[in-house]
Design a protein around this ligand. Structure first.
Ligand code: G6P
Ligand code: ZN
Length: 582
């Protein structure tokens, strides 16, 4: 057994180690500066209650992006230096963000104890590689991201740090499952490398009816395609879709996790999931083959999802509404009913209509999954989602890309239960169109302006806030741009009071609300790593069944024009077009 002594290393603070919406994300070159990662990790240990560190067990793993392997060894040694008793590591350092949440909540060690929290190494959907992004965040014992009280303390600690603690131990082989035990200052310290998928697969099997999904997948009329964009979802896709559910291996695209995501941008949307989009018949470079009935993609750490039907895109805002509307019938986990539903503010109001119809508790929260976690811990919310391709439920405290796919497969299996031998299967598109016919349609789009000068972005936002003080002036401008849009009846900055802990979050996005239910929302992204990203969300509600079949871009044309001119987007940003439209 190797042994070691705790070593104190002197250090000085780095600027800008403030965790954003989802942890600290920076270029790899920033993270690899001597002491940079160490300062953040020590500041985190110092911010946690000491019983969650000393003598405790923690988890370290992530989406496998470049620098993860080194970071894991550094954190293991620092855990030993800070009195942690045991570290769990997913094999090869891989655990999806939802799997970490599941492991924190569900996994029990041989001695009957659990973990107190987890370092997740990911920059989510940002590209990876030596010149791209790395990231780190800490999740607590409920499986959810650390609350602001902790992240504020981490940041404060990073500004004052003078020393960190580590132990010179040999590197642990994280490619092999098994326990390595060390002696540290006379006590034992162990590192337990475990299979990355088993806990998560077990949890999924307890939520969904795998047998009915298996039947759907084995129908000759059904076809399926899953694109992991070379992210960590690949480590789960084969186990779940192929081994458990019987999908063909050829249905998996880009399912080998890579440190640089194959050079791609691992964000599941119509712009970045190019191969899948082509295979589903949705791009100019369509393949000659008949597209599959169902397609889905995940981001780098597998918490996001995009759902597609044959030649059909499901907006994330519609996706959560449709899952909520069908959950009780189609998913065994929800058979006793939903406790409530929630969406982030910029997400379309499609979920609101379902909640009203089903008489469910409903919450509108700021962008960021942690707000859902509070509601779930208090038993107020079962299903939630965001426009940013995040969907999930209270089975864990993170959004869950594979869960969303299984939810859709469950709905398809349920709708086709009596129909698997029939002429034609009920398709994704059929389900969505039927939903619109019942609940109305929320036309929806998002424009992203990435890497804009931060000062200019702030000026744009300030000018929109300033405008809000005079609604009649706003309406004059709006009508001057397009006379065919309805009146702005309210304009404000979104503010949220958490119903559970009473905390107030201000400045969560600028809203212009129209009489007919349309909305324009402007926000600055909290997850970028360079410059500022302005997000513009445009939404229009249509109840008239004869008008729900329009092209989204055409239906939203007038509002887009109003949004761009009202905000003076081009003047402030110098951009004549957004970087990405979803
Ligand atoms: C992360 C968070 C989400 C959030 C998303 C978009 O994925 O987990 O909750 O919706 O970022 O954030 P942004 O601030 O970039 O719009
Ligand atoms: Zn992610």
């Amino acid at each position: 057994m190797s042994s070691g002594k705790v070593k104190k290393v002197e250090t000085t603070p780095f600027d800008g180690q403030k965790p954003g919406t989802s942890g600290l994300r920076k270029k790899v070159k920033v993270f690899t500066q001597p002491h940079y990662l160490q300062n953040f990790v020590q500041s985190t240990f110092n911010a946690l209650p000491s019983d969650q560190v000393k003598g405790a067990r923690i988890i370290v793993s992530g989406d496998g992006r470049y620098f993860s392997k080194d970071a894991i060894q550094i954190i293991i040694k620092m855990a030993a230096g800070n009195g942690v008793r045991s570290v769990w590591v997913g094999q090869n350092g891989l655990l999806s963000t939802p799997a970490v949440s599941a492991v924190v909540r569900e996994r029990v060690g041989a001695d009957g104890s659990r973990s107190s929290g987890a370092f997740i190494l990911t920059a989510s959907h940002n590209p990876g590689g030596p010149n791209e992004d790395f990231g780190i965040k800490y999740n607590m014992g409920n499986g959810g991201p650390a609350p602001e009280s902790i992240t504020d303390k981490i940041y404060e600690n990073t500004t004052k740090i003078k020393e960190y603690f580590t132990v010179d131990l040999p590197d642990v082989d994280i490619t092999k499952v098994g326990v390595t035990t060390f002696s540290v200052e006379g006590g034992t310290f162990d590192v337990d490398v475990f299979d990355s998928a088993s806990d998560y697969v077990k949890l999924m099997k307890s939520i969904f009816d795998f047998e009915s999904i298996r039947k759907l997948l084995s129908s000759p009329k059904f076809s399926f395609c899953y694109d992991a964009l070379h992210g960590v979802a690949g480590a789960y896709a084969k186990r779940i879709f192929v081994e458990e559910l019987g999908a063909k291996e050829s249905s998996l695209l880009n399912c080998v996790p890579k440190e640089d995501f194959g050079g791609g941008h691992p964000d599941p949307n119509l712009t970045y999931a190019k191969e899948l989009v082509a295979r589903m018949g949705l791009s100019k470079s369509n393949t000659a083959d008949e597209p599959p009935e169902f397609g889905a993609a995940a981001d780098g750490d597998a918490d996001r999802n995009m759902v597609l039907g044959k030649r059909f895109f499901v907006t994330p805002s519609d996706s959560v509404a449709i899952i909520a509307a069908n959950a009780v019938e189609a998913i065994p986990y929800f058979k006793t009913g939903l406790k409530g539903v929630a969406r982030s503010m910029p997400t379309s109001a499609a979920l609101d209509v379902v909640a009203k119809h089903l008489n469910l508790k409903f919450f509108e929260v700021p962008t960021g999954w942690k707000f859902f976690g509070n509601l779930m811990d208090a038993g107020l919310c079962s299903v939630c989602g965001e426009e940013s391709f995040g969907t999930g439920s209270d089975h864990i405290r993170e959004k869950d890309g594979i869960w969303a796919v299984l939810a859709w497969l469950s709905i398809l299996a349920y709708k086709n239960k009596e129909n698997l031998g029939g002429e034609k299967l009920v398709s994704v598109e059929d389900i969505v169109r039927k939903h619109w016919a019942t609940f109305g349609r929320h036309y929806y789009t998002r424009y992203d302006y990435e890497n804009v000068d931060a000062g200019k972005a702030k000026e744009l936002m300030a000018s929109l806030v300033k405008l809000q003080s005079d609604l009649s002036e706003v309406n004059k401008i709006v009508k001057g741009i397009r006379s065919d849009v309805s009146n702005v009846v309210n304009a404000d900055e979104f503010e949220y009071k958490d119903p559970v802990d009473g905390s107030i979050s201000k400045h969560q996005g600028i809203r212009y609300l129209f009489e007919d239910g349309s909305r324009l929302v402007f926000r600055l992204s909290g997850t970028g790593s360079e410059g500022a990203t302005i997000r513009l969300y445009i939404e229009q509600y249509e109840k008239d069944p004869s008008k729900i079949g329009r092209e989204s871009s055409e239906a939203l044309g007038p509002l887009v024009e109003v949004a761009l001119k009202l905000s003076k987007m081009q003047e402030f940003t110098g951009r004549s077009a957004p970087t990405v439209i979803t």
